[in-house]
Design a protein around this ligand. Structure first.
Ligand SMILES: [Zn+2]
Length: 58
């Protein structure tokens, strides 16, 4: 599970990620999860997509 560099920059500010925990819910990450767990990644991706859609309409 990966995120865009822009998203990762935000999540790296959360100390949870440094400890190998999800930035969203502090769950211990699996080997294929980076910065956030699969569930939170879906949420973040959806939110990012919404923001991008808003911006492109301007
Ligand atoms: Zn999570």
């Amino acid at each position: 599970m990966t995120l865009s560099e822009e998203q990762i920059t935000d999540y790296e500010r959360n100390s949870n990620t440094a400890a190998g925990l999800c930035a969203g819910c502090a769950r211990v990450l699996d080997d294929d999860e980076v910065h956030v767990c699969g569930q939170c990644s879906k949420e973040f991706t959806r939110r990012g997509a919404d923001e991008s859609a808003k911006g492109s309409k301007v």
